[in-house]
Design a protein around this ligand. Structure first.
Ligand code: SF4
Length: 191
């Protein structure tokens, strides 16, 4: 029987997905707070209340190391490196912050030009499958940011900790300022 470890905040913060809707839109304060918010959401939307605790617990336990009794069953190819956050967690944090800002996205020629550079860059690494639950969460958040535009490009930037395709669609001014560390031909040098 798995049980949520309440001291560990899951990737993307305490949240639950109900039929494609994120509850709460940002993040709950704790597992307990999340249970209350999911219950309230179901009541407000006339959804059968059902077993909120088990539904939320099952959802949270899909993330690696979030629950007692699930560690051995999880495929996890992106282990923590000491105190450094995992690559996938950096990407999720960036995506969550970007989603909160509610940025405009542009899928014109600039997106193509930028992503073509990333595809040939040694600092671009695929994040898909590093951790199935985390990748699935990241896909959801990125699709929300990109307003439903789907893509099969799942490259993350090791330098900036962002999803390359999504970063390629947003204005340069809201991306990191540091231009000292990337390879010479990186499009991020163009401030
Ligand atoms: S360093 Fe620049 S070119 Fe390379 S993956 Fe990151 S953003 Fe793309």
């Amino acid at each position: 029987m798995s049980r949520v470890i309440e001291a560990i905040v899951p990737p993307g913060g305490w949240h639950y997905m109900q039929d494609g809707v994120r509850i709460p839109p940002e993040r709950a304060d704790s597992f307990d707070d999340l249970l209350k918010k999911v219950l309230q959401f179901r009541i407000n939307n006339r959804i059968p209340v059902g077993d909120v605790f088990n539904d939320v617990q099952s959802f949270v336990c899909k993330f690696p190391n979030q629950c007692h009794g699930t560690f051995n069953g999880v495929i996890h190819n992106d282990p923590p490196q000491g105190n450094k956050p995992r690559f996938i967690d950096r990407l999720i944090q960036w995506a969550d912050e970007l989603r909160t800002k509610g940025v405009n996205v542009d899928d014109g020629q600039k997106r193509q030009d930028r992503i073509n550079v990333c595809k040939g860059c040694p600092r671009a690494k695929s994040w898909d499958g590093l951790c199935p639950a985390c990748s699935s969460h990241l896909h959801e958040v990125l699709t929300l940011i990109k307003k439903g535009r789907l893509t099969d490009i799942t490259l993350g930037c090791e330098v900036y900790g962002f999803d390359c395709d999504t970063a390629a669609m947003v204005h340069r001014s809201i991306l990191p300022n540091d231009t000292t560390t990337p390879p010479d031909n990186c499009w991020m040098r163009q401030v």
